[in-house]
Design a protein around this ligand. Sequence first.
Ligand code: SF4
Ligand code: SF4
Length: 369
Amino acid sequence: MQETDAIANARREMEVCNACRYCEGFCAVFPAVELRREFSAGDLIYLANLCHGCRGCYYACQYAPPHEWGINVPRALAEVRAESYAEYAWPKPLASMFDRNGTVVSLVAALGIAVVLFLSILANQRANFFGAHGTEPNSFYDIVPLWAMQIVGIATFGFALVALGMGARNFWRDAGPGEKIGPVAIAIAVWDVLTLKNLGGGGNGCNDNSEAFSMRRRYLHHAMFYGFLLCFAATTTGFIYHTFLGWPAPYGVLSAPVLLGTIGGLSMLVGTVGLFAMKLVDDPEPSVRRLLGGDVAMLAMLAMIALTGLVLLAVRATGAMGLAMAVHLGFILAFFLVLPYSKMVHGVYRSAALLRRAVERNMKPLGGE
Ligand code: SF4
Ligand code: SF4
């Protein structure tokens, strides 16, 4: 990665932190800082993606503004993090989607809904699209054929996975460890990812808008993350039912796909709405305001996927099913299209950074200057 103003500023701040070391118990970033005397661009990208933005070090820092050194680690690392998303995006020409990301995500969402809505209205007679289909097997596919859902779903999700994989490879080339990765390091990293350990700050949670600690952000993030995984499990279970057991959708209220999807959808809604509400009252100082649009747009898209999925469940036996399904599928299509060029990439790079940290965990800090 090239030297940029953000990299230079993060290096200056990390050098101050390395001499100070007051925050060494706060998170994984500071012990990783203490292993180094110099910070390459790759090191700073690694540290930036290791930071979970809990803000604990900002409120604890005696050199934070208005001190003349202006140390603001969460903001400095957030700037580098944002640059790394664009730097490692694949294919490269699409990296510009990270500019004005809120607008891009919103436009893709609108486009996804419009395309699915237009095509499903075009492909159906009015009486079929707005007719009540009951809950007989295959009633969903009277509106959008199964083959169309499968082709578009596999193509867009498959492309997103390839793009994310290439991004991870690019990241690893610059910011990965030189050493071999063993199973213990992988197990530790997986645990840190699944528990969002670093959103616990020094153990008491994040500092959202003041020196007061709170576990709110960690719990809401858990609700969103595990809700998303449950919804994914619901879709996978439905696929297995249909493909291998010959049981077509829609499924009963107490079936595994519906239960998983309902709990997952509600959990996603709680998480996304809660995180959005927190952004309204966050202290802007330790954050980068120009990144807010992309964060909010992705939260809104995830919330709408959950909400439209729950609405579809509620109206599936009525004449509103066609419309509800087209809007829900439109949001899902938009999500897959924008996935590798949105805030969602933080999950991939942060996991990779946690893996590198797990590899380094037994290394001893270097002495201060
Ligand atoms: S953030 Fe401030 S208090 Fe914490 S280690 Fe860095 S310079 Fe020291
Ligand atoms: S904001 Fe939190 S996670 Fe990031 S460096 Fe500071 S203490 Fe660590």
